[in-house]
Design a protein around this ligand. Structure first.
Ligand SMILES: Nc1nc2c(ncn2[C@@H]2O[C@H](COP(=O)(O)OP(=O)(O)O)[C@@H](O)[C@H]2O)c(=O)[nH]1
Ligand SMILES: [Mg+2]
Length: 303
């Protein structure tokens, strides 16, 4: 199955809601004020947020108000408007080949999908011929280390880990030095995400970044924030919270397959625009791909 098909299937819950909703709303031929209002409400309840929904509808109304159109035209016009709003999130994920090792720090709350995303992404990079290693710096739970080791084993990657409860910053220090010695191209650092203790987490992440910089002053070269789409609007506030802690330069949105909240990307585009490098649409190793604004918008509407 191609990824577009997969994305469409993954976003089925959202597109059933939006696409089905549009069919219910546009029972008459002309687009009037009432249909616009209903449409705006539909977008808001699909987690696009009030601001983004308002913007999309305003743009749509400018072209369509009091005009006749069939359902397909309406959907295509709307997908185009949503796509242009999402465009700000589209950016190519590039690993600088002149930088070795290229360090990717993965942050996000517990259960967001950090470890799984590292597993998927590291497998892709390995398949491209890169030498990749993983550092298990979520030292809080033994299960977290085991989970990362499993992903590493599947792809044949070295996993650097320490004893239960060891200092995560110290582990990064040793792990990065080991990666330099081994000549790795890319290193992923998995972290813990206990947001219920915000200041504790902030201290831990900041200390980790300080220690990483002691080994490699330019690292981490990417700090990716993983967000669980099923948390809806809460994901938008997580972007803001984590940006206070570390220099987040990209997002990964996971579990788009498990919710009708695929509209959340519109809220992020409007309220805290940050490149979305990857989207996760399942638990398997292949269920991750790059984000494309127009494709995503079409899949959202069910086109
Ligand atoms: N359906 C679905 N499940 C996912 C996706 N990404 C991760 N998961 C699941 O979410 C759960 C938590 O993921 P994990 O990587 O352990 O999160 P972490 O605590 O941030 O490291 C696991 O059961 C994963 O299999 C996704 O894109 N789709
Ligand atoms: Mg984890």
């Amino acid at each position: 199955m191609g990824f577009l098909q997969k994305l469409g299937l993954g976003l089925k819950k959202t597109s059933n809601k939006i696409g089905g909703g549009i069919s219910d709303i546009f029972t008459k031929k002309k687009v009037d004020e009432q249909t616009l209002e209903e449409l705006e409400e539909l977008l808001i309840t699909s987690d696009m947020g009030v601001k983004a929904s308002g913007k999309i509808i305003a743009k749509f109304a400018g072209k369509r108000l009091n005009k006749e159109a069939d359902e397909k035209e309406i959907k295509e016009a709307l997908a185009e408007d949503i796509g242009s709003l999402l465009q700000v999130l589209e950016k190519e994920f590039v690993i600088d080949k002149t930088v070795k090792p290229y360090v990717i720090l993965m942050v996000g709350v517990n259960g967001a999908g950090k470890t799984t995303t590292i597993g998927k992404l590291s497998a892709k990079l390995k398949a491209q011929g890169k030498q990749v290693s993983l550092i298990a710096a979520d030292t809080f739970r033994a299960a977290a280390v085991e989970q990362l080791k499993e992903w590493g084993d599947r792809s044949g990657l070295r996993v650097f880990y320490g004893p239960d409860g060891c200092d995560s910053a110290g582990l990064c220090y040793d792990g990065l030095n080991a990666a330099i010695k081994a000549g790795d191209d890319v290193v992923f650092i998995d972290t813990a995400g206990r947001l219920q203790n915000k200041s504790g987490l902030m201290d831990e992440l900041k200390k980790m970044v300080r220690v990483i910089k002691k080994v490699l002053p330019e690292a981490p070269h990417q700090t990716l924030l993983t967000l669980d789409a099923t948390t809806g609007q809460n994901a938008v506030s997580q972007v803001k919270v984590f940006k206070e802690m570390v220099d987040v330069n990209g997002l990964v949105i996971t579990k788009l397959d498990g919710s009708a909240k695929g509209g959340i990307l519109a809220a992020i585009a409007e309220e805290s625009p940050t490149p979305v490098y990857f989207v996760g649409v399942g638990e398997q190793i292949d269920d991750l791909d790059v984000f494309n604004a127009q494709d995503y918008a079409k899949s959202l509407i069910g086109l």
